[in-house]
Design a binder for this molecule. Structure first.
Ligand code: UDP
Length: 293
């Protein structure tokens, strides 16, 4: 059985749906601060907060999972700069509690939701896994710190891990049962769709004077169902004890699209105009961010 921590959130809920479809036994655990109980479908569910060391220890020791998929994390870059302590306590402190609980109860496998934010300003595009890690915000720093913790637990033969560095997760369950539901929403695609259908008055394009083909930022958008498939492959690879005990992979598409291209596609798909204005650059946004997978 796999413990899916943070399985009520955007990416975790899509992975859990794939686990249901493939009949892979699992239990979702989530504190429901950001996640949605309604996104858990028929999966077994327990409410747990990883910031509480006893809570997570009790959860792991009573369920005795074969391993953990760990999605539980705060995800806003901007908020991480305003409330660094919250991000460190939840993303890093919570992961440390989880790893201690796993080591104490002999649970040896984990897939960790890392992020392309570990890299910071890229020296070269596409970005490969051995690019230096120089995060420019607290969110990215917490992901880097957890990866280092996993290295430490791996070198002590306590936990085998795969860290998956997501680029820009996008899209939704093609059956329409799940989707992206962040409050407040900060991501480009849902905001562009909201602007198109009139749920918000307009989209602000954060800068049109970057050194890119049309002046707007270029990102690597990867479909959430592709991310879900990647988790299942990573899980299978963890079963193979001949593989390295600590591994890291980029999850992107190796294709970059600009903000204006995204707007154009939203207009094509919805048949509606996306009202937008040009705003200031967003602090910490690199011009181009594309994965080498
Ligand atoms: N972006 C934008 N307006 C918005 C939100 C995002 O122009 O309201 C841009 C942002 O500058 C970036 C791209 O869209 O270049 C994707 O941003 P998002 O926040 O979705 O993901 P991130 O790249 O920060 O992980």
């Amino acid at each position: 059985m796999i413990l899916v921590l943070g399985g009520a959130g955007y990416i975790g809920s899509h992975v859990a749906k794939l686990l249901r479809k493939r009949n892979i036994p699992h239990v979702i655990a989530d504190n429901l601060e950001k996640g949605h109980r309604s996104a858990c479908g028929e999966s077994a569910f327990v409410q747990v907060d990883i910031r509480d060391a006893n809570d997570i220890h009790d959860c792991v020791s009573s369920l005795k999972p074969e391993g953990v998929m760990h999605f539980a994390s705060y995800i806003s870059v901007g908020e991480s700069m305003k409330q660094p302590d919250n991000y460190i306590a939840n993303n890093f402190g919570g992961s440390k509690n989880l790893l201690n609980a796993m080591a104490e109860t002999g649970v040896k496998k984990i897939i960790f939701s890392s992020s392309a934010a570990v890299y910071g300003e890229p020296d070269e595009i596409p970005i490969s896994e051995d690019h230096t890690m120089n995060p420019t915000n607290t969110y990215g720093q917490t992901k880097k710190d957890v990866e280092e913790l996993l290295q430490d637990f791996g070198s002590r033969n306590l936990v085998r891990s795969v860290s998956l560095r997501y680029f820009n997760a996008a899209g939704a369950d093609p059956e329409g049962e799940l989707g992206e539901d962040h409050r407040p929403e900060e991501h480009l695609i849902p905001i562009a769709i909201d602007a198109a259908v009139g749920r918000r008055s307009e989209l602000t394009v954060f800068g049109n004077d970057y050194e890119t083909k049309d002046g707007s930022c270029i990102r690597d958008y990867v479909h959430v169902m592709d991310l879900a498939e990647a988790h299942l492959l990573a899980w299978e690879s963890l079963e193979d004890e001949t593989r390295l005990p600590v591994r890291t992979y980029n999850l992107g598409s190796e294709n970059g699209f600009s903000v204006f291209e995204v707007i154009e596609v939203v207009e094509q798909v919805t048949g509606l105009k996306v009202p937008y204005k040009i705003g200031e650059r967003r602090e910490g946004d690199p011009a181009t961010f594309v994965a080498s997978c």
